[in-house]
Ligand binder design. Structure first.
Ligand SMILES: Nc1ncnc2c1ncn2[C@@H]1O[C@H](COP(=O)(O)OP(=O)(O)OP(=O)(O)O)[C@@H](O)[C@H]1O
Length: 377
């Protein structure tokens, strides 16, 4: 890979070209004593793709990543790269490069020595080590800092060196374990752009562990949303946001308003649903429901619109506006209808409305998602 990184002709980023390797995780299960941390996960990461593992603390993201890296032996399942099993190989022989949350650089070594360390441990000829260190530092734009010690670098620069060290071994797969977590906002954005640039330019296959949905949305080609050791949905970020597979995904990725109700009738490409808040709304849905089924309508804040208190539309329901917060060009409304709390997101037109009685309706272009009520566990 670094021959390409080193190529002087490649000075401008081109379109994404998949030249990386394919990773398959097949039925992986990991237990710690009696508790199951990863519960039969199967995932494919396509060549040149960044797959984000996203989920709340304790859902098994890091355990899964460490299993791919070879630090944890799974109780069941297997991991292959380009179709070849790597389960029997120790971490150093798997062709995986890892970047951790803490930079994990050796403080007494220079930047160049840190990057060279893994190559020398592999007994690589000196000239090749020098070439790869230069190429890796150039890839992360840190060649001017080769002789510095880590303590003379910012956190973002240290993390770039850690990235260079991972790239220098020319890994088949790059594993990123919350690599931005210790960085402040500006440095985080810099490094995110850097990794995206390298990935797009060189077709690196990568797995990114994060609990930050914005990070997963902006960095990943696809994301796997995990919960309790299982994958709930794998799809492109926009797909996960627009068509969440479960109420958990709808709530974890983005904000959702969960409105309970009952199916009244089939209608068009979906159903007519009587909401408990006191309105009957049409909802498109590919799922099969029977008349009378209890359902949950998951609506994004931008799926709901504020109406006048006197609006007679039967598809609008009575509510009380508690607060409106201007957020740049938008307004976020905090609304309650009985015990149901809702957040609405609208573009700002003039001054925020005063708190008090209102009605709420689905906005015309809204595509909320309908789930069986039992899915809201
Ligand atoms: N070495 C261990 N021994 C026992 N249990 C562990 C060990 N490591 C992790 N666990 C448990 O396994 C589950 C999954 O942990 P894991 O660290 O993989 O989750 P995570 O999604 O990466 O969480 P976080 O975002 O907090 O890092 C958790 O319940 C955790 O407490």
């Amino acid at each position: 890979m670094l021959e390409r990184i080193a190529s002087p002709a490649e000075t401008t980023a081109g379109p994404a070209t998949p030249r990386g390797h394919r990773l398959d995780i097949d039925g992986v299960r990991v237990r710690y004593g009696q508790s199951v941390a990863v519960d039969g996960v199967s995932l494919t990461v396509e060549p040149g793709e960044i797959l984000a593992l996203l989920g709340p603390s304790g859902c098994g993201k890091t355990t899964l990543l460490r299993t791919v890296a070879g630090f944890i032996r799974p109780d069941a399942g297997r991991v292959t790269v380009d179709g070849s099993p790597i389960d029997h190989l120790p971490p150093g022989k798997r062709g995986v490069g890892i970047v951790f949350q803490s930079y994990a650089l050796f403080p007494h070594m220079t930047v160049a020595e840190n990057v060279a360390y893994g190559l020398e441990a592999r007994r690589m000829p000196k000239a090749e080590v020098v070439r790869r260190v230069e190429a890796a530092l150039a890839a992360v734009r840190m060649e001017a800092f080769a002789e510095r010690r880590p303590r003379a670098l910012s956190g973002g620069q240290q993390q770039r060196v850690a990235l260079a060290r991972a790239l220098a071994i020319e890994p088949a797969i790059l594993l990123l374990d919350e690599p931005f977590a210790a960085l402040d906002r500006a440095l985080r954005l810099d490094l995110q752009l850097e990794i995206k640039r390298i990935q797009r330019r060189f077709g690196v296959t990568a797995v990114l562990v994060t609990h930050d949905q914005d990070e997963a949305m902006s960095m990943a080609d696809r994301m796997a949303v995990m919960r309790g050791g299982r994958v709930e949905q794998v799809a492109a970020p926009a797909e996960v946001y627009d068509r969440p597979g479960t109420p958990f995904v709808a709530g974890f990725v983005g904000t959702t308003n969960a409105l309970h109700g009952r199916v009244e009738a089939r209608e068009g490409a979906g159903y007519r649903v009587r909401l408990d808040v006191g309105a009957t709304v049409p909802v498109e849905s590919p799922r099969g429901f029977a008349v009378g089924d209890r359902v949950v309508l998951c609506a994004r804040p931008e799926h709901l619109a504020l109406r006048e208190a006197g609006d007679p539309d039967p598809a609008a329901w009575p509510a009380r506006l508690r607060l409106s917060l201007p957020l740049g060009p938008s307004l976020v409304h905090d609304v309650e209808a009985g015990s149901t709390e809702m957040k609405l997101h609208e573009s700002r037109r003039g001054a925020p409305p005063a708190p008090g009685p209102v009605r709420v309706a689905l906005s015309p272009a809204a595509r909320p998602t309908l789930f069986p009520a039992g899915d809201l566990a």
